[in-house]
Design a protein around this ligand. Structure first.
Ligand code: PLP
Length: 383
């Protein structure tokens, strides 16, 4: 009986783990080299292929244990340290705020644009001071930031952009894959992302010297060559020149990630179609906003709606009773007790949408009838 109820519940996230992922995981375990090794190299090469890097770009993927680790190391590479400030949307993942604080720096909260929930570029420059070391720009769900304007602000002010593309691996901006827009990009492949490797992340950097530094930083500072570890062996002597963390990726995770990337086209198409179905099914309802942009080049992470009648939590309860789980991405940074004293600009849109946003289930394999069941559960709410 219990099993039946569980079967009917539609989760917000559902990882696509099929026989190929399981076979790859078993194969990597049978290799007997559990740590960072040949699978990690292949995973990095697969990421670079998705990013369509050309030799002249000199851009490289460095795989790490999580997206959070990728942000932390990127900020360290930028030189963010005690007394510095990093501008970030308050409407962002806690991983970004904690990575800033882990560097001893302070987040400065900027607002978002209502139509995309991405950073409002027109409100960045008023927040810049001599302490500003970095601007974090995060693509949200199926929307991309205004990367052209961000690159222009960076050029004008000399402040680097850290592109948090945790949601947009496999998407394109103006025809170019994410990973090509700024000096630093990070991806997340955590359990709920469209492309997962169980847990993992990647930094995209330019230049062999940067790659070398990151290789040491992800290996508690040890300078032993990644090239050797990629042959499933290790050096026994090395130097430690800088601060580092145990942030490297394991073969098992990389093995799953490689197979997921092989399915990227299928994953993207399924998720795009699901978003379109949500949009078509929900756009006539006057008490909610069902967003849509041009998603032909987007690999959507989530589909969110905005509930305009102050009854979001009632709707969540109603949907739960109908067997549909929903999520909230996210609580804003400035509302957390740890971060409430951080400097900020006006956060009008952030405040406005905080009680409205609702994430609907989005899976890489999703039947039409599942989406219709979710749409029906919303329509049956007396809004
Ligand atoms: C925008 C954003 N940045 C960073 C992260 C952190 O990634 P990870 O969970 O891999 O540490 C997430 C995770 O959901 C995220 O959504």
């Amino acid at each position: 009986m219990k099993k039946n109820i569980e079967k009917k519940q539609i989760p917000v996230f559902k990882p696509l783990i099929e026989k190929e992922e399981i076979a790859a995981a078993v194969e990597s375990l049978e290799l007997g080299w559990l740590g960072m090794g040949s699978y990690v190299k292949k995973f990095e090469e697969s990421i670079e292929k998705v990013c369509e890097f050309q030799p002249d770009d000199d851009r490289h993927a460095v795989a790490v244990s999580t997206g959070h680790a990728a942000i932390h190391l990127s900020l360290m590479m930028i030189g963010v340290g005690p007394g510095d400030e990093v501008i970030t949307p308050s409407f962002n993942n806690a991983a970004d705020f904690q990575a800033i604080r882990a560097c001893g720096a302070e987040p400065v909260f900027v607002d978002i644009v209502e139509s995309t929930l991405c950073i409002d570029v027109s409100k960045i420059e008023e927040l810049i001071t001599e302490k500003t070391k970095c601007i974090i720009a995060m693509d949200y769900d199926m929307f991309m930031c205004d990367h052209k304007s961000l690159a222009e602000i960076s050029r004008r002010t000399g402040i680097p952009i850290l592109h948090d593309a945790a949601h947009s691996f496999g998407s394109k901006y103006d025809g170019r894959p994410t990973g090509n827009q700024h000096q630093y990009t990070i991806f997340s492949f955590d359990p709920v992302k469209a492309v997962t490797c169980i847990d993992g992340g990647s930094i995209i950097v330019q230049g062999a010297d940067q790659v070398g530094k990151l290789h040491a930083k992800r290996l508690i500072g040890m300078t032993q060559p990644a090239a050797q570890m990629y042959t499933n062996s290790r050096a026994w002597t090395y130097d430690i020149e800088e601060l580092g963390f145990r942030y490297h990726m394991a073969n098992l995770h990389a093995a799953v990630g490689i197979v997921q990337i092989q399915k990227l086209d299928k994953i993207r198409t399924t998720r795009q179609k699901a978003c379109m179905k949500y949009y078509e099914g929900l756009s006539g309802i006057d008490w909610l906003v069902a967003p849509m942009g041009n998603i032909s080049e987007i690999n959507p992470f989530l589909y969110y709606i905005r509930i305009l009648n102050d009854r979001r939590d009632e709707l969540r309860k109603h949907m739960k009773e109908q067997g549909v789980d929903t999520g909230i991405h996210w609580q804003s940074g400035h509302t957390f007790s740890y971060l409430r004293d951080c400097r900020r600009g006006s956060l009008d849109v952030t405040e406005k949408i905080a009680g409205q946003i609702l994430s609907l289930p989005l899976h890489s394999k999703m039947k039409s009838k599942t989406i219709h069941r979710i749409i029906d559960s919303i329509k049956s709410f007396n809004g």
